[in-house]
Design a protein around this ligand. Sequence first.
Ligand code: DP6
Length: 511
Amino acid sequence: MQKIAVVKKILQKVNHGSFVNSSGGKAFAPSNVALCKYWGKRDQELNLPVTSSLSISLGAKGATTYIIEQGTHDIYVLNGKVIATDSSFAMRLKGYLDLFRPTPVTNYIIEISATVPIAAGFASSACGFAALILALDDLYAWKLSKQELSILARLGSGSACRSLWDGFVEWQCGVDASGFDSYAKPLHYYWPDLRIGALVVSNSAKKISSRDAMQLTLATASSYADWPKVVENDLAQIKTAIYTQDFKLLAKTSEANAQKMHEMMAQTNPPINYSIPETQKAKDKIFALRKKDISVYFTQDAGPNLQLLFLQQDQEKIISAFPNLELIEPFHITKTENLILVDEHDTEIGIDEKMRTHFLAELHRAFSIFILRDRHGKIEVLLQKRAAGKYHSANLWTNTCCGHPRPNEEVAIAAKRRLNEEMGIVCDLKEVGKFHYKALLPETNLTENEIDHVFIGKFPEKEFSVNPDEVQDFAWVEIGELVKNFQAAPSKYTVWFYPALEFVLKQLEVN
Ligand code: DP6
């Protein structure tokens, strides 16, 4: 499949080019560093990887891109300097933009300001293509979901598909030849003490691009055959480390993964060596600090520079060992969400962070909403299909909307808020009951353990537009049909859907 076919398929529903923001489009995307590397493609045209990978975004370090339709030819400005049209940078950018020009005579002025060294192993192409696709989404008001934008960013550069979120992000390799199942997803996990130190030992451009180096590795390194197994194991370890906040496991596994990638490159024909003497000196210093019980590790991308991994508690010692280190707080701007923990009687007993609550299976308060309408005496229920990027129960059908109240927020107020945020519907809601359920969520290591308050509401008969990051589709289904559909294929629905629906059925019988 060609890139243009993927772009056409994604843009067909948005009437691309029918609207252009006359003041241009603008966006920021963070750079990311892979803790478990993407190295090798199964499809070079679409940047489809051989394995999944996992990264951490670099907070405020990244690229801001402004794009506007203008002029008779493209002009690209990087950090205030116009880029020569025959440079490889400009040619790669032009090739990517060609996929999106609404007409052959559409030209762009693009201004990029990057806060990461370009082409020195700091994933500048990752934040560059991610910021560009977000800016195009803004320019043309496509309002695509993050997972669709992740697929489009991947067409520019593989690692760019992970740069659309803060925090930890996993790129699932997928199996489709078209790549529609190969996009990134945030892990939604908050680790405020985690630090990354960018150690620049050289600012010069790399001798061989990661694009060429990874294909040479795949074609000529004998140990590449072991790489998928290494990644499978490392990904599992890193995810366990994230969910249990085990820094040593996270950092040790990430360092070993990077070392393995560079070892494979030493075996290619001809061998590739991104390190310079300063790189090795820095690694030796890290090993020496570890001997003194200072917990610092590194990862290294396709370049001579290192990214150090450590915790806030060791920050001062590490900065005094590496005075030029640029300190990055990856979770500085990430908002965490806290949930209300309850006992069996739904009495509040505390609060905890959302992902930890689900990882530790702590009992918490939640709500499920059913919006109903009457069509010729038959009651129809509005269902939503959860977005592919949701942290659990992705791609499953469920009730109109569900969510969690925030600390100090009444559950009825939270339900109204969330219905508007997810579905764009504003209406009165009535609570019809609550129930406790506990279930391990499919394809995750998360558990739902909730006291779920069930609400119903009458459809206000007004147009509504759903939030594509939350909802990929919706449907009105007559309630009798719905029960039959569920019984025929329960695995298409979320685990809480039917027990919550039973309250609605009971309520309708009563009236
Ligand atoms: C070492 O994403 O730059 O940073 O898909 O060809 O554009 P293309 O490659 P790119 O490769 C990144 C390689 C890496 C590891 C990683 O980020 O996972």
